[in-house]
Design a protein. Sequence first.
Length: 394
Amino acid sequence: WLQHVMAHRAILEQVKVQCVSSVTTNMRRQVLAEQHEKLPEFALTMEHEEELYREGVSNECIRHWGSEEINVWNEFGILRGSARLERDTREAALRFMESLARRAGLSRKSFHVAALLWDLVCQGGLFAESQSNLPAAAVAMVLLLLKDEGSCANPYPPEIADCTAKFARWLEARTTSSHAAQNRMEEHCGDEPVDSVTVHEILKQERALLGVLGWRVHRPSGICWVHLLCERLDIISGRRFSASLSWIYQQGLVTLHALIMRSPHSSEMRPRQMANGILCLFLVAARVVPLSVMRAPEVSPSEWEALFLATRLTPGGIPICEVPAVQLPAVLRSLVAATASADAALKADALAVARVMQGAVAEVARGEYTLQYRQQIQELQERQQSQLRRYAYI
């Protein structure tokens, strides 16, 4: 009997040990699974880290840019409230600043920074009470970035003064008559002096701009973000898509310029989000990734394809991915690591940028249709006048 009891106890102890071991194994697996979920989707090698650091596109850089961008737009968007300009006024101001930038020799990169800072000061409420200082502020913004590029530049060339006076007259005419404003914008006629646009007023607005911006003019624009993401993706992917990424960078600059001229920067559409969306959409256009992997869950596959075609990125239809399906997961992991963004965030940014591009393309198409209609009316009027002259001669 005693031997039977001892044998039974031994069996119970063995079962207990097995149960404890099973529970411990399951707990260990659960902990490892939780730790795995906390790890990044794609861990970079030491070689990647060193090369990213040498090229100036390290993980610390993208984290710093991202956190600073969020903090800035939270400050300007939430603490100070919203005071945006009207769309036509903003676009006219940016066109005017672009003209000044070309005359003064300002680089495209600095002009994009100027456009970003302009949206920030508008969000900060610089023109909330009055827009009479808008022409002088636009000149001050361009000259501020020009000083940052090279202090030997002429601070107030005569041609800039004349162009500023013309823009001030257009802005003044726009407040009284929309028809007159359109004529002013198209013709820039008249030589009447504008007393408010002076060197003193421009310097005054420069101090006001610096005060709203907190004396910080070095902020990464969309161009900086596109360059950063393309360079990081090129390094992390092992330089496999260097030619495609170079094409994406060049085409992305053109698209980004069109976007910022029509759509202001905001807390919902920051420069990083613009760059993420442009990179994802042009990776599809370059046949590096299929269109389906960039679809956000809130749109159906047919809606996503129609939206992509509406952007006119690829006139030949939906591009077919040339990367083998076996290598596609590695490419997508490289994209997530390069952008330091989650897969869902990349899809959301691609969707937002595609919608903005769709609106821009539709607006251009409407403008071309209106121009064509005006040309047809003008040709019809010329034919009628010619017939009237012929009848009068007869």
